[in-house]
Design a protein around this ligand. Structure first.
Ligand SMILES: NC(=O)c1ccc[n+]([C@@H]2O[C@H](COP(=O)([O-])OP(=O)(O)OC[C@H]3O[C@@H](n4cnc5c(N)ncnc54)[C@H](OP(=O)(O)O)[C@@H]3O)[C@@H](O)[C@H]2O)c1
Length: 330
């Protein structure tokens, strides 16, 4: 085991897109676990759009940051944390963490399921997609779906889960021609478009000419306005995130026909996955058999080496990932 621990800290608040200058790597000795705690050597990190939101105030400057991480217990002074076991916790952006039992979730061993899956399709990303479809959209068989941010972590999981749940036509939008191809050739989207190719309303009308029943929105802005226009009666908007605005401090308001919401009896509902943690087992029951049978594949971009975690985060904000962006210890 390496005897130096590395921690990333935020050093300044960004305006617009952050850069490497807003972070620093700090070296320290590997911490010792106190009685009732354990030392975890982190193995895999999730970098997420919400970290960009936290950079505006919730991340304290010059202090350790939070993020979802999988690590191995290497020294334990807590009976419920066994040396060698893999746990999920929120002390990310660092190579080592001292954790108490109540801070961790034990990762089950599902034969044949790679570790990365517990931070992607079986982690918060997959749970977001699953809750969005089953609890917020209440998707029913044969219903047609549009997903924005479709080639990202939540977007790919949403497309794959929707297919397994019996959705009808599935349409997605993403930021490049390569991602559009990935969606239709690999993920199982029926149609997809690059949102840079013109006004979203027109592109959506071409991809879903008869309309949609559900819109899963990871992006906000023009996508939201266009989708409200395309929704059929009793359509649902699942507001997952607003990634088009996280680096744009003065984003223009979304324009849509407010009468549509009444006349088509639409429902627009947002949610936070942290309020749905009790469904974690249900997600395993749904997704693990599909992972084992091959009906569900993983969409992940894995950057190798903790020293590249800031680079991976910045890359994700600019669309450098396909599927869930993860960082693996080198
Ligand atoms: N409600 C919840 O509890 C919850 C939980 C998890 C995630 N979320 C939200 O879900 C969304 C997706 O998160 P994720 O973790 O799966 O990240 P992700 O989609 O894997 O990564 C972010 C993606 O955002 C896209 N993007 C960046 N700028 C954009 C813009 N101006 N317009 C459109 N797309 C843009 C990029 O893809 P392109 O190349 O396609 O532009 C990039 O790959 C985010 O809004 C996040 O905040 C919410």
């Amino acid at each position: 085991m390496n005897d130096i621990a590395l921690t990333v800290q935020q050093t300044a608040r960004p305006t617009g897109f952050p850069s490497a200058e807003h972070f620093r790597f700090v070296e320290s000795a590997v911490p010792e676990p106190a009685p009732g705690t354990a030392l975890v050597e982190n193995l895999l990190w999730s970098v997420d759009p919400y970290h960009r939101e936290m950079m505006d105030g919730d991340f304290a400057l010059n202090a350790p940051l939070e993020g979802r991480t999988l690590g191995r217990v290497t020294a334990s002074r807590a009976p419920s944390l066994r040396e060698g076991e893999i746990v999920l916790h929120r002390q990310g952006w660092r190579t080592h963490a001292v954790v108490a039992p109540e801070e961790v979730r034990h990762i089950p061993h599902h034969e044949g399921v790679p570790l990365t899956a517990y931070l992607s399709v079986l982690g918060g990303t997959g749970l977001t997609a699953y809750i969005g479809l089953t609890r917020i959209a209440e998707l029913r068989e044969g219903q047609d779906l549009f997903v924005s941010g479709a080639a990202g972590g939540v977007g790919t999981a949403t497309g794959r889960f929707a297919r397994l749940l019996g959705a009808g036509r599935i349409v997605g939008s993403a930021g490049s021609a390569e991602k559009v191809r990935y969606l239709t050739e690999r993920v199982g989207y029926d149609a997809a478009f690059d949102y840079h190719d013109g006004p979203v309303a027109g592109l959506l009308a071409e991809a879903a000419p008869t309309g949609i029943d559900v819109f899963v929105d990871n992006v906000g802005g023009d996508h939201l306005g266009a989708a409200i226009g395309a929704l059929r009666e009793r359509g649902r908007v699942v507001r997952v995130g607003t990634v088009s605005q996280y680096n744009t401090p003065a984003a223009p308001p979304v324009l849509f026909n407010h009468a549509d919401v009444v006349e088509k009896s639409l429902r627009i509902e947002g949610f936070l996955v942290r309020d749905h943690r009790a469904r974690q087992e249900e997600l395993y029951e749904f997704a693990v058999p599909h992972l084992r049978s091959g009906a569900l594949a993983l969409d992940e971009t894995v950057v190798e080496g903790f020293e590249r975690i800031v680079e991976a985060f910045l890359l994700m904000l600019r669309g450098g990932n396909t599927g869930k962006m993860l960082v693996r210890a080198g």
